[in-house]
Write a protein that binds this ligand. Structure first.
Ligand code: GDP
Ligand code: MG
Length: 765
């Protein structure tokens, strides 16, 4: 099968084109650096199928970033049959800079002029026939987003792939053209392929080339010695870059005729003046974040019940039937937010459906033990997790909109300005913000961080950006605590998200100034233009996430739930512990179960966090839930579902599941003032501890050598410290002053120590 590679600048639309060509659902994002590894798919619309590889976005073929090395090695070593070079017409010069390098390789290249829809919208024109002539490469106009010109592009590429092409360069008229041909001849003498490309890179002083062709380096050195002072400065790399740009502006740029002359201030620029403002930038981001979480979690969406006392449906005299239940999904004493409405609807569906299934099984004459197994063990746990799917998808939708519109790129930019002072570059925030969706792609994205220490640090803090799977823990436990305290559960959830980010920031600052010292890598990021998010791209992205989530529910989580049911209803002698009380099966001796005894064994570990020994004999369920969370975070809530169901009898939805467990504990004498701080500490623990199994595997693959076990230890330590501080502060409020004082002392110490180090450096330098 023929192999085509997609190469181009970050954010030029490679992945969008890749998705159109292969029908896949890869992540498209309106910020540079989303695709960090190559990705393969198959184009099937031609007579013979073609394999398509999406390479990471690059500005140049120099070896300065991991993306550049991946893309360059792929083209040189794997020898694709054709390189499709995607050029964003709205940024022509910068995109063609890469083209002038690609054309030096002996491989067929086709230029796909992308985003022509934008061009037309702006009323600009490009003479592609003339461009084709001057580049010496076929040029096809496409719009990856609209899908236009794509088939023609593939026809041209297939035709080209049958031809041989010899590398060409735009440097023929520059001062060092003789040097280029001399070095090239020497390389050909050594039978080296892609001689033109290698010779130019060698002259640029490219590290990889110097390692590969040591013999020829001498030639360049000698040339430099003899001629450099007469002709130009010693920096051949700068000379070559300059020559490329000059060629581009002289020969290619005039082919693009802009309707508006000069540099116009676009609406994007105007928006950026406000959104990336020095002072307003961060407050605006926080407001947007609040809006997003309020839309997802707000139990009292319009804050009407803060002003009026609104009657519940029952008080309004609605009968207790399905219609009322449906109405109660939208309103019940308060108007719910879209996220909560979705959750309620899904909860109603699963509850009704699963209740029906349980009834059918019971009526078929199954033994009560089987009914309990299906109802509590399987459906109870699954129902809890499934109810959250629409709410999670809704939150992801909001995140994707922020991302696709181009706003998230601004956030990285704003944060860079602040965190640079603490030793972290904004580049690291892109994977962190991706962590709100799922930690796994976020960890893979850290490949773009060139500095090892920065990378280690970023991987460690990604889990603190609470992922979709942790949302059920947040919503259910915050909801239960909120009901207890009479506070909006959504507000508690938002505070928890902010707390996770705060822990991330604090630990970054601490690491950066202790174990992970190092230079701050430069952060160059072009801000992509604001765009209306494309509905199609959003849907593709969301479906991908939803599919993944549902798959997980019916595999890992199903198995875990069943295991938990067995382990909590049998003791070590394999005796069944359930008994029938008033026609329902309950387990009144769960403490004797296998899970119970294990839970009690580890329970004391959590005493400093408030959900250990002090919660008496029922508290072990929290210990167990925390442990099952290591497999998948959704398990935390399904564990509650299953255990609460057994404790209380009958099927219990999640938030009620937690409330039920809390109520049981309250009834055996645990005071409320201890209980709710413990529950908040429980959320904090889950948010800052070792992430799920799959994320740990991803972290293992990405962390630099020797750092992985420390990373695990770091997560354990951070969760115990953060959890303990939370519990202590919430139980005895004034201890907050002590912790804040310690933190301030540390920060001041770091500040002065850095100043001292800088002074020393200045003296030495
Ligand atoms: P990559 O970084 O090169 O993989 O770029 P992506 O495929 O992730 O696309 C970056 C952004 O450009 C996304 O917001 C796309 O929706 C948008 N985009 C891609 N192709 C087109 C196009 O032909 N026209 C317009 N208007 N936008 C596009
Ligand atoms: Mg991409």
């Amino acid at each position: 099968m023929k192999k085509f590679a997609l190469a181009g600048n970050p954010n030029s639309g490679k992945t969008t084109l890749f998705n159109v060509l292969t029908g896949s659902t890869a992540h498209v994002g309106n910020w540079p650096g989303v695709t960090v590894d190559k990705r393969e798919g198959v184009y099937k619309k031609s007579s013979e199928p073609v394999s398509i590889v999406d390479l990471p976005g690059i500005y140049s073929l120099s070896p300065y970033t991991p993306e550049e090395v991946i893309s360059r090695n792929y083209i040189l070593d794997e020898k694709p049959d054709c390189v499709i070079n995607i050029v964003d017409v709205t940024n022509l010069e910068r995109n063609l800079y890469l083209t002038t390098q690609l054309m030096e390789i002996d491989v067929p290249v086709v230029v796909a002029l992308n985003m022509v829809d934008m061009l037309e919208k702006n009323g600009d024109k490009i003479d592609e026939k003339q461009l084709e002539k001057r580049l010496g490469l076929p040029v096809v106009k496409v719009s990856a987003l609209k899908g236009t010109g794509v088939e023609q592009l593939m026809e041209v590429a297939i035709a080209q792939s049958d031809l041989k092409r010899k590398g060409e360069t735009v440097l023929k008229e520059c001062d060092i053209n003789h040097l280029i041909s001399d070095v090239e001849r020497a390389l050909i003498g050594h039978e080296i392929e892609n001689s033109l490309f290698h010779s130019i890179k060698l002259i640029e002083g490219d590290e990889l080339e110097i390692k590969m062709h040591p013999a020829t380096v001498k030639m360049v050195e000698e040339f430099k010695k003899t001629f450099s002072n007469q002709l130009f400065g010693n920096d051949l790399e700068a000379l070559i870059a300059d020559a490329r740009y000059r060629y581009i502006t002289a020969n290619y740029s005039p082919l693009l005729i802009k309707k508006q002359k000069g540099i116009a201030i676009t609406p994007s620029d105007k928006a950026d003046r406000v959104l990336t403002h020095k002072w307003f930038g961060i407050p605006i981001f926080l407001v947007i974040l609040f809006g997003m979480f309020h839309l997802t979690f707000g139990e009292d969406f319009l804050y009407l019940s803060k002003i009026f006392t609104l009657p519940t449906l029952e008080e309004l005299g609605y009968a207790d039937n399905f219609g009322t239940a449906l109405l109660a999904c939208l309103y019940d004493g308060a108007v719910f937010s879209p996220g909560v409405i979705l959750f309620n609807l899904m909860g109603l569906i699963t509850e009704t459906l699963f209740g029906f299934i349980t009834d059918v099984i019971a009526n078929l004459g199954a033994s009560p033990a089987i009914v309990s197994f299906v109802g509590d063990g399987v459906l109870g746990g699954l129902g809890g997790v499934l109810s959250f799917v629409p709410q999670i998808v809704f939150l992801l939708l909001l995140l994707s909109i922020l991302e696709d519109s181009g706003y998230m790129a601004r956030v990285a930019f704003i944060l860079d300005r602040i965190f640079r002072k603490f030793g972290v570059s904004g580049r690291a925030f892109i994977p962190m913000i991706m962590g709100f969706g799922c930690s796994i792609p976020a960890m893979i994205n850290t490949r773009t961080l060139a500095d090892e220490r920065e990378k280690t640090m970023t991987i460690r803090t990604i889990p603190f950006f609470s992922c979709g799977a942790k949302l059920p823990i947040l919503a259910a436990v915050s909801g239960a605590v909120g009901t207890f305290l009479g506070v909006d559960g959504g507000l508690i959830s938002l505070c928890m998200y902010v707390l996770g980010m705060t822990v991330a920031v604090i630990s970054i600052i601490l690491m950066r100034n202790t174990t992970q010292r190092g230079e701050i890598s430069p952060f160059i990021m072009e801000l992509p233009a604001y765009r209306m998010p494309s509905g199609k791209a959003l849907m593709i992205h969301l479906w991908d996430k939803t599919k993944h989530y549902i798959q997980k529910v019916f595999t890992v989580i199903l198995v875990s739930t069943i295991a938990i049911w067995f382990l909590s209803n049998f003791n070590w002698k394999w005796q069944f512990l359930m008994e029938e009380v008033d026609g329902v099966m309950v387990n009144l001796r769960m403490d004797e179960s296998i899970l119970g005894s294990i839970g009690m064994l580890i329970q004391p570990l959590f005493t400093p966090l408030g959900f250990g020994s002090q919660l008496n004999s029922n508290g072990w369920v929290f210990a167990v839930a925390a442990i099952t969370g290591l497999i998948a975070k959704e398990n935390v809530i399904s564990t509650f579902g299953a255990l609460a169901a057994c404790v209380a009898g009958g099927m219990v939805a999640t938030e009620e599941g937690v409330s039920e467990v809390l109520a049981v504990m309250g009834s055996v004498g645990v005071p409320l003032t201890q209980l709710w701080p413990a529950m908040i500490a429980f959320i904090v623990f889950n948010m800052t501890t070792i992430p799920c199994f799959a994320a740990v595997a991803a972290a293992k693959g990405e962390t630099p050598k020797g750092k992985f076990k420390w990373t695990l230890l770091f997560w354990l330590a951070s969760s115990f410290i953060a959890g303990t501080i939370t519990y202590v502060v919430l139980s005895v409020w004034w201890t907050a002053f002590i912790f804040v004082a310690i933190l301030v002392a540390i920060l001041v110490g770091i500040y002065y120590n850095n100043k001292r180090l800088l002074k020393k450096e200045n003296k030495n330098g």
